[in-house]
Design a protein around this ligand. Sequence first.
Ligand code: DON
Length: 307
Amino acid sequence: MNAAEAVNDALGALHARFADVRDGEQADYIPQLTRADPDDFGLALVSMDGHCYSAGEADTPFTVQSVSKPFVYALALSSVGLDEVDRWVGAEPSGEAFNAISLEAGTGRPANAMVNAGAIVTTALVPDTPESPAFDRILACLSRFAGRLLDVDEEVYASEAATGDRNRALAYLIRSTGTDYLDPVAAVDTYFRQCAVRVTAVDLAVMAATLAYGGVNPLTGETVVSAEVAAQVLSVMATCGMYNGSGEWLLRVGLPAKSGVSGGLIAAGPARFGLAAYSPPLDPAGTSVRGRAALGALSERYGLHLM
Ligand code: DON
């Protein structure tokens, strides 16, 4: 068996091992997410030489949700630099759920860019001009990470826009503490659109591989962000990407990662690979149950833990 067959076999075996797991609950606070098929389960791995391996429903579209956050953080870092981003959003684990208030006492600065409060600030830091609106820049950036033109699931966007008062409340709370560049209505609307961008597990593996490859997309060869920005993003993913499960994830799986409520999950092996899973049922921290099991087993089996 050659190396490529071995990787496809490994993914296929993980898929077979965890496909029948029935634990977890699909997110329903964004009503349209309940339309996803709970049995869908896709795995994908992209290597630094641009090879793509997959198993199961790796080409099934779903909305990116919080897996967008590290990539928009990368765009904000590239646009205004680490010091300016760090002025408005921190880099400390919050130890709290993704939708918790998580603002630094007194300053209103969100703990990190992976929780919703911090991600809304990150989105608001993306330059917004009439010629190049913030969302157009975000969609273009996510597309460069994925190596193809992505689009928006308008139904999921509308569903979150109709029910997303908690995120609006977070944005108003942040502005009330003095972050006056933030327009709560516009920032949250752009953030909802960003979360509704449609991807597949293969797209997410390419996106994770681009971070792992120092900001260069291994499929297209395009430099999407600098190596410095890619390292900054992976650092925050390692400490904060799995919210209040970040410590346990780093302890057991040992890779920078990011989860999303539609069931997407990425992990990056710096200079080695990008990994992604898709399966809608979630654990209480908002991580795909099958995705978590499969990526954890892969890391254990092949010694992928970074430490
Ligand atoms: O803002 C929200 O609540 C969603 N658009 C995204 C949250 C999310 O994906 C949390 N991750 N597990």
